[in-house]
Design a protein around this ligand. Structure first.
Ligand code: SF4
Ligand SMILES: [Zn+2]
Ligand SMILES: [Zn+2]
Length: 323
């Protein structure tokens, strides 16, 4: 008979379990959890990354100092680090957030040093944007209903694109995990935004004209498993949350996805499969639905309006005090 104080054991090796994978029913020890994450991510890298026959590629891995991108870089280096046809670069955008970005940037730099990967960084002022701490003050003054993250997300995307161009990247890898992906699918659904659903990474089979393709090898790994993997591997990661993140719409979606998953285990996988299915049906039927993106007349980045979102937001926040 088992007592309530018995530690559940791993299904595979009977060692004490550290994780209950509710959606599969499995109990896992640290070794078998890392094994499972490793296999899932390696399979996703093989599926999403196309290395041209006889050619070479450069991958920019967007890193932040947090657990997701640390695991992503660790896995990409493990899978491709010895391949002479692949160049891996870690790139981090410095948004200018006092007390948060500096230590996380250091973790990102340390990770690259540990893995023997070139490290690149760019700051908002270098990109012509004001630092986020200053932007937050100005957003409050403008009575704008948009949260700091709405601005920051747009600016950071430009930062990653800038780094990708700087290093001549053919592919950009992002550390979005299964929870992130499910939240995005839900947000797009709520907004009735089919185009964004169709543009969801990975872009392996649906290249977007004028855009460096994105891959997301952690997309089938839940956030908790990514975190446990990072701890098991002892990767240098920064744990604090950004002070400006509160109030972001994504937090509401995070709660909703977590609730759905706890009510119906497997919901996150279902949401992602649903988006994949829409993409695949679109590919077979109606490839011309999306208007081709145009270049922003101010900065040259891709945009769907008259000027791009980043230029529009930059304009609304006023000029950069340091420029
Ligand atoms: S939480 Fe929001 S403001 Fe903070 S770094 Fe992320 S996107 Fe930027
Ligand atoms: Zn085990
Ligand atoms: Zn622009």
């Amino acid at each position: 008979m088992t007592s309530p104080f018995d530690v559940p054991s791993c299904d595979k090796c009977r060692k004490p379990a550290i994780h209950h994978q509710v959606y599969s029913g499995r109990m896992m020890c640290g070794v078998h959890l890392t094994d499972s994450v490793r296999k899932k991510v390696s399979k996703a890298i093989r599926k999403q990354l196309v290395i041209p026959y006889g050619g070479s590629i450069t991958i920019l891995v967007a890193i932040s100092g947090g657990k997701d991108s640390a695991v992503l870089l660790d896995r990409i280096v493990d899978a491709l680090g010895k391949n002479s046809r692949v160049t891996i670069v870690g790139g981090c955008v410095d948004e200018g957030i006092e007390g948060y970005r500096k230590p996380s940037l250091e973790c990102a730099r340390q990770l690259c040093a540990d893995l023997g990967v070139r490290f690149e960084t760019v700051s908002y002022p270098e990109l012509g944007f004001i630092e986020m701490d200053e932007a937050v003050k100005r957003i409050e003054l403008t009575n704008d209903k948009k949260t700091p993250c709405s601005y920051c997300g747009v600016f950071r995307r430009q930062g990653v694109n800038h780094l990708a161009k700087r290093v001549g990247a053919d592919v950009i890898a992002f550390g979005h995990n299964l929870d992130d992906m499910a939240q995005t699918v839900l947000m797009n659904l709520q907004n009735g935004d089919v185009d964004r659903t169709l543009r969801l990474a990975p872009h392996t089979e649906n290249l977007i004209e004028g855009m460096i393709p994105r891959i997301v090898p952690l997309r089938w790994v839940p956030e908790q498993e990514v975190h446990l993997f990072a701890l098991e591997r002892g990767l240098p990661i920064h744990h604090d949350e950004c002070p400006h993140g509160e109030g972001a719409l994504r937090f509401r979606h995070r709660e909703m996805v977590a609730l759905m998953e706890s009510d119906t285990p497997g919901s996150r996988h279902g949401m992602l499969r649903f988006a994949d299915e829409i993409k695949s049906i679109h590919q077979k039927l109606d490839q011309k639905r999306m208007a081709p993106p145009e270049a922003c007349p101010v900065c040259g980045e891709l945009c769907s309006g008259t000027i791009c979102k980043a230029c529009e937001m930059k304009e609304s926040l006023g000029s950069n005090p340091s420029s």
